[in-house]
Structure formats: C-alpha cells, structure tokens
Design a protein around this ligand. Sequence first.
Ligand code: CP
Length: 317
Amino acid sequence: MRTYTNVKDLGNLDEAVKEALEIKKNRFAYKNLGENKTLLMVFFNSSLRTRLSTQKAGMNLGMNTIVLDINQGAWKLETERGVIMDGDKTEHILEAIPVMGSYCDIIGVRAFAQFENKEDDYNEKILNQFIKYSGRPVFSMEAATGHPLQAFADLITIEEYKKKDRPKVVLTWAPHPKALPQAVPNSFADFMNEANVEFVITHPKGYELDEKFVRGAKVEYDQNKALEGADFVYAKNWAAYTDPNYGQILSKDRAWTVSSEKMALTDNGFFMHCLPVRRNMIVTDDVIESPQSIVIPEAANREISAQTVIKRMLESL
Ligand code: CP
C-alpha cells in the first residue's frame, strides 16, 4: 500500500476488517516488521487520539517514530508556488516535504480543511503534495476531506458490537459552536457505503455532503424518523459543504443534540462519536455516559486501524 486516503485503498474491506481483528488479538505479532524503519507523523493541526494511537501502532510494529508539529517549532511553511516569500513564511513546502521524506520510511499527515478555498480543500492540496513529493508511502491522519483511519476504526467497532448481520447505522448531524470540516462524515459515509449495513444520513437542509461520499445513500431530513430502529447512532457536526455556504454554520439548533429521548427511538442502539466531543451540544451527558455509549472502545480501535494500515505499508516497502 503506497497511499491511504480513502476506503478503496484497503481493497477488500471484509478482509481488511478481518486482518484488523487478527492484529487486535496479538498486536505485537509483527514487532520485527518495522525494525530500523521510521514513521514520521506530521501535524498541521492539533490531535490527541490520532497522535497517540498512530505512534503506538508504529511502536507495536517495532518502528521508530518522529512527530513534527508544523505550528510549534518548525519553520512556517509557504504552500503556494510563485509567491515572493518576503512575509512571515520561511520555508517552502516543496523543499520541506522531500527533506521530511529523507528522514523516514512512511509519513502520516494531518492537514485539515482551511475553509478559505473549497477547491483547494477538496483537491487535498497539502496531502497530495506529500504524496507527490515525499517519495514515501503517505497516509492521511485526517486531511481536508477525509479521516479514513477514524472511519476504519468505526467500522471495526461496528463489526465488534453489531447484533445483526446488517445493522442500521445512522449518521446524524448535531450542533456545534464552531465550523468543522466534513472530513469525518465524508469518510464515515465512504466506509458505510462499502460495508454490509443499512446506512441513513440525517441533517438539517443545507448540510448536504459531497455526492462523491454520499453515493446515493438515504438522506432523511427528519432526525426522529431516521433514528427509528437504529442499531448505531454516529453523531458528528460539520459545516455546510454546498455553495454558496461552504464552511459556514447554518444552524446551532439543539433540537438535534443526541439525547436519551432521541436514543429511545433506536433499537437499543449504540452511541458513537469520533471525539473530541462537546457535551450537551452534540450529545447529552447521560447518553455519552450510558452503557450504550461505545466512544471509548471506538477511540481504542484507532490503534488497530492505524496498525493495519502501517503494517500494509511496511509490507510494500
Ligand atoms: N478522532 C480524532 O481524530 O481525534 P484527535 O483529533 O484527537 O486526533
């Protein structure tokens, strides 16, 4: 595997989930695979889970790991070609990327949508430059339009907790005080569309996601209707995708907050969220603290999804 940016990069999804569950049974089985190999994790944005789980995954595989926070201690990077660099940016990304590549064997990149230019965000301007210029296998640790390590961990979690062969999985928009990218819901839809689940998306009008990820999945604008009989409720906020409102907040309606009344509509469904989560905006205290909340095992599976991807990349070196 040379790149990991979307569900297709995993090939057969059932086999990928099986491999992940095997790794989970003995996460040190491949500890010699990464001997004398270096994992570089480059962060343009903050992280708790991705940083720790991916570093742990690399260490489980016997790798050396380096973390670079671009905004804390590295030179400020120019990303545009042709710019006269007489401002505060000291280094161009076109030198920085191949230099980073020269110190490692595999690179993970976190670079969120900036909401300044939809085309740049949806062309994955930063991530794709790493793929093009680093000379190394590159995986997304959440880029502008996708968070495939999260979605893979989500699918592993659904596989572990499902009580039916084909569970009903509902992705619901929920309110948030800040404008958030569509990366998590995009990747979740990308994976659920390939998984053996009944997938429903619910959000207020105006929050339609890119059809490239929705791919004809059912969209139900009535959240209560969508939640009826759900086996898994996956809550997430995102800002508007469609023009002319790209990157904007259209609603903070707390009627969309996942509460115990909402969960009562489900078939004793499980509550999921990628974390970090704003309590009593996205989900109430009682729901996230309930036995039906699986946010902690879901986060723990981030180590397993990362390890499966890095293992495959090591095998392809
Ligand atoms: N879910 C997730 O990616 O968490 P972090 O932003 O803390 O890495």
